[in-house]
Design a binder for this molecule. Structure first.
Ligand SMILES: Nc1ncnc2c1ncn2[C@@H]1O[C@H](COP(=O)(O)OP(=O)(O)OP(=O)(O)O)[C@@H](O)[C@H]1O
Ligand SMILES: [Mg+2]
Length: 508
């Protein structure tokens, strides 16, 4: 019997213009948690997709328990006990949670679906692993965090032995991450073998036994995690030293750029108060952070300000102008920038080339358009410059279809576009989600630079480190309300956590 449950030997996978996996070797031991670390675009998701049968490698073999296997499609992978939670989930949006979980492995009796058994099993699993979800909720109505739980339940329901997690924590709250780490450790203890992609070195330290590092498609090495420091790991990954601390001076605040007054949003069904009488402002030259546990109204608050959602009461004023009911284009041209929470749904047109995506809100401006005709040369020149400046990596530059880009590079493209539009108010929701440490360092510097140039920044983040490091003022949202305004210089992470959990409410 081989020491390894899975061996990927000398794997090569090419895409137009790029070798995504350039002779990569990966050996997974039974019962271990094996982290995969590498910059955005290093080839991690590609390698895992090869293992899951979604791509056929040009070269190399895969062994399961020492025996060579052919994995032609995800069904083959499933038969071999390999399950995967993708970086961008693959759920059917108008199906329920339960329907999604059993999709493809339904039990049927006398021609009828045996939903009761399935429901029982799903409820059991979700209780066992602390993954509470409503089995009857429709996917499109639940948060990304919840959707993730559905994906995990799907694998558990299929009793997979080899579990691939492609950046599972990028969408989770700190509490959920802690729980997931526990779940993964339990799974490993029960003999399941786990491949775990993350950009967060803390998580690797907390959960992983070993770590394989990739850089620009190449295999750099595999190390034992316990004796390695975070600095060593990040240097191995990017090939240079990275500062994990943000440096910034005190904010020099100017006039108000955003004023929100008595804003309320109800849910479409049930009329529940999602945002409740929220009042605050953002001034030029400051970074105001909305902190909170996912699902406490941050999403709706941002959608109300950016015009993606209708509001029920209250007022939104941008640079003194009431934009409460303004069209989205009007908001954009009036100086609002938005790095959205869901980059696929609201950030990009996935089947357009990168160049078009870079001018989505601006293609009609004289710089890019003449008498109704697009100036493609200009659009490409502009896009090329942004790609260069923000180090957006892809196979074919401006021509790359965005769908084929790595998750982190899609995010970098949005950040580049929004920052370069020089908005007076930049609303950045989880701007560094899915980015590698080098890219995070860069984006944080850019946000501080924008601030110092007199723009107002409204940052919505679930990451306490980011909140504490970057903000000048912290607003805590809990159950749709702003329950506290805190000073990052004096508040501790513990206090912030308490407010986020709702227990600081009375004193506030
Ligand atoms: N289907 C595809 N078609 C064309 N190019 C692709 C495709 N999938 C991936 N690539 C390219 O392969 C490279 C590796 O991408 P991959 O998604 O594996 O990166 P990653 O390490 O997972 O990055 P991230 O941390 O950003 O998720 C990228 O340059 C990407 O543009
Ligand atoms: Mg990836």
């Amino acid at each position: 019997m081989s020491e390894y449950v899975i061996e990927m030997c000398d794997i090569v996978k090419e895409f137009p213009g790029i070798i995504a996996n350039d002779h990569i070797t990966l050996q997974l031991k039974k019962g271990e948690i094996h982290a995969l670390l590498g910059e955005n675009g290093a080839g991690k998701s590609t390698l895992m997709s090869v293992l899951f049968g979604m791509y056929q490698p040009e070269h190399g073999v895969i062994k399961k328990d020492g025996q060579e296997v052919k994995i032609k499609d995800p069904n083959d992978a499933n038969r071999l006990g390999i399950g995967m939670v993708h970086q961008h989930f693959k759920l059917v949006h108008n199906f329920t949670v339960l329907e999604n979980i059993i999709l493809g492995v339904e039990t049927v009796k006398g021609g009828l679906l045996k939903m009761d058994d399935a429901r029982k099993r799903v409820v059991e699993l979700s209780e066992q692993y602390g993954l509470s979800v409503d089995p009857d909720a429709i996917i499109e109505d639940i948060t990304v965090g919840m959707q993730q739980r559905v994906e995990i339940l799907k694998m558990l329901y299929r009793e997979n032995e080899i579990l691939i997690f492609d950046e599972p924590t990028a969408v989770l709250t700190p509490q959920e991450i802690e729980e997931l780490m526990k779940i993964m450790k339990n799974l490993a203890k029960e003999g399941k073998s786990i491949l775990f992609i993350t950009h967060k070195l803390n998580e690797i330290k907390a959960a992983a036994d070993r770590c394989t590092v990739l850089r620009k498609g190449k295999y750099i090495g595999t190390i034992d995690v316990a004796p390695a420091s975070k600095e060593e790991m990040s240097e191995m990954m990017v090939g240079r030293k990275v500062s994990l601390q943000v440096e910034k001076s005190d904010a020099a605040c100017g006039e108000k750029v955003l004023e929100v007054e008595g804003l309320s949003v109800h849910s479409k069904v049930g009329g529940k108060h999602l945002v409740k009488d929220v009042t605050f402002n953002v001034r030029r030259g400051e970074i105001v952070c909305v902190a909170g546990i996912d699902g406490n109204g941050q999403t709706e608050l941002v959608q109300a300000i950016t015009g993606l959602m209708k509001i029920d009461a209250g007022k939104v004023v941008l640079k003194g102008e009431d934009i409460t009911n303004a069209h989205i284009r009007k908001r954009n041209t009036s100086g609002l920038g938005h790095i959205p929470e869901d980059r696929h749904k609201h950030g990009l047109v996935l089947d357009y080339p990168l160049a078009y995506n870079m001018v989505l809100q601006r293609y009609f401006e004289p710089q890019f358009c003449n008498h109704g005709f697009l100036k493609f040369d200009e659009i490409y020149r502009y896009s090329d410059a942004l790609i260069e400046k923000f180090d957006v990596r892809s196979g074919q530059g401006s021509d790359t279809i965005v769908r084929s880009m790595s998750g982190g590079n899609q995010q970098k493209a949005i950040v580049a576009r929004e920052i370069d539009r020089n908005p007076d108010l930049l609303i950045a929701v989880q701007p560094t989600r899915g980015l590698d440490v080098g890219a995070i360092e860069y984006i944080h510097k850019q946000l501080v630079k924008e601030r110092d140039e007199g723009r107002g920044i409204l940052l919505v983040s679930l990451e306490l480190d980011e909140v504490m490091n970057l903000s000048d003022r912290i607003l805590v949202m809990y159950e749709g309300e702003i329950v506290a305004e805190l000073d990052p210089k004096t508040v501790t992470v513990q206090e912030l956590g308490l407010y986020m959990a709702g227990s600081g409410k009375k004193e506030a």
